[in-house]
Design a binder for this molecule. Structure first.
Ligand code: TRP
Length: 452
């Protein structure tokens, strides 16, 4: 069977951007900024993006495209040592765990879409609107149903296959999302009392930078670009040989960063305007948006309603394109390595994420008393995956390409066999970043995580 490929360069970049841009930018980034030090966190995050994320991204792309395989198959082709096999399996398992709790948040956005479609944010005053979220997540059945529906939607798209499902889906939705986020940022900045939020985003307080800041910023940088766990390996195996990996990596990383920063400007000024605590945690986005929309509806009710519907729709779609990428890794593995039919593979990953997601969803309500090292099930899984597994994954990816692959092969992948002159010029820089800078820096950050 001939392996499916993305049909055009835009389809490639948009599919990568679709995987990268999601709840990580809109939901996770703003609350991480709020919890770990505002502008100081943002600065650390930007440095981590350029110095570590882009080299690791390229390393994953090299593995994926040079082998043309899913994460387990690709790693096996480069080295068959048992240790690396574990890494292969880890990179199938982690995205599925992430998807389990990710789809809980995806479910919230589905619920909020339904609320905006019946104009609920129009009819509530801004302060009361903030409470809508608390009522939703502490319930039992509504969030569970939304979680189930969200996963079902993701699996429906996946059943259409790579080209028609993922590619086309991302192509239409990303630009709409971008326009909506910019519009909301503009409104949020215009709210009375928002300047404190802008200050918070722009004036770094360096005393807030600690070892934890680095670990969390790096975790967020990997999370946001979908790194460290075989997703870009799998997606890169769908890229045709004629595409330049450097363009894909730079395009995706920049689009992802811009989205996160604009999302910060959409949320944080409103957080301060509403008097919400910036360190409110995972609920930050969903507490703030109803406030924004109901404030807007006091002056421009019709526009506020339209924007709120379009916005939750675009969050939902961004979340779906990312969830799809999280699930695709497992599916590609089951189909290519285990010979399963695509349908059966989709059913299997669906069941896995649904079951684990149930516990994550309930951990905001009925199971909120159950703590693992002081964290709810949801928080524990998120921290364990992002600050631990993704960082280890990024480290191993860099080591694999820097130390286990022939330099010449890496050169050929990254420079189109020497034809891409721009890539040839920066090849050494990128190669040494992959071989030395990334493993050493990631290793140190990982270890300080335990000491601090
Ligand atoms: N990057 C996505 C986001 O920002 C989430 C995501 C998709 C992800 N695939 C991933 C995170 C793989 C870690 C690993 O929403």
């Amino acid at each position: 069977m001939k392996k499916e490929h993305f049909t055009s360069r835009t389809a490639v970049i948009l599919a990568f951007a679709g995987s990268a841009i999601g709840l990580g930018n809109l939901w996770r980034f703003p609350y991480m900024v709020g919890e770990y030090g505002g502008a100081a966190f943002i600065l650390t995050y930007i440095v981590a993006c350029f110095v570590l994320s882009i080299p690791v991204f390229l390393a994953e792309a090299v593995i994926g495209r040079s082998t043309g395989k899913n994460a387990v198959g690709a790693i096996k082709e480069i080295t068959d040592k048992p240790f690396w096999k574990i890494f292969g399996y880890l990179s199938i398992l982690t995205p599925l765990i992430i998807c389990s709790y990710y789809s809980v948040v995806g479910g919230w956005s589905l619920d909020f879409l339904a609320r905006s479609a019946v104009f609920q944010f129009n009819r509530t005053d801004p302060v009361a609107a903030e409470g809508i979220f608390g009522t939703l997540i502490s319930g039992t059945w509504a969030p569970l149903l939304c979680h189930f529906l969200f996963l079902t939607l993701a699996c429906l798209v996946l059943s259409l296959g790579v080209k028609d499902g993922i590619g086309k889906f991302s192509k239409t939705c990303m630009p709409i999302l971008f326009i909506m986020v910019v519009a909301i940022a503009a409104f949020s900045i215009s709210l009375p009392g928002s300047h404190a939020g802008i200050d918070y985003l722009l004036r770094p307080d360096f005393s807030k930078i600690s070892a934890k800041t680095f670990a969390y910023a790096l975790g967020q940088a990997f999370y946001s670009l979908s790194l460290g766990m075989g997703i870009n390996i799998t997606y890169s195996s769908y890229i045709e040989k004629k595409e330049k990996l450097s363009v894909t990596a730079a395009g995706t990383a920049i689009a992802d960063l811009v989205f996160a920063l604009i999302a910060g400007f959409a949320i944080m000024p409103a957080v301060f305007a509403a008097g919400i605590q910036p360190s409110a945690g995972p609920g930050l986005l969903f507490q703030t948006l109803p406030y924004i929309f109901s404030s807007a509806s006091e002056t421009v009710p019709i526009i506020a309603s339209i924007v709120s519907i379009l916005f939750f729709l675009s969050i939902l779609i961004a979340a779906l394109t990312s969830a799809i990428s999280l699930l695709e890794v497992g599916i590609a593995w089951l189909v290519e390595e285990k010979g399963w039919s695509r349908k059966k593979a989709i059913a299997a990953v669906f069941s896995f994420c649904w079951l684990i997601g149930i516990f994550c969803s309930l951990s905001f309500g009925d199971l909120s008393g159950l703590k693992i090292f002081g964290n709810t099930i949801f928080e524990a899984l998120d921290k364990f995956c992002s600050n631990f597994l993704l960082i280890i994954g990024g480290f191993l990816t860099a080591v694999l390409v820097g130390w286990k692959m022939d330099k010449e092969k890496v050169f050929n992948e990254l420079t189109q066999n020497g034809e891409d002159k721009k890539a040839v010029r920066i090849f050494n820089l990128v190669y040494y970043a992959i071989k030395y800078v990334a493993p050493i820096a990631i290793g140190i950050i990982f270890l300080t995580n335990f000491i601090a």
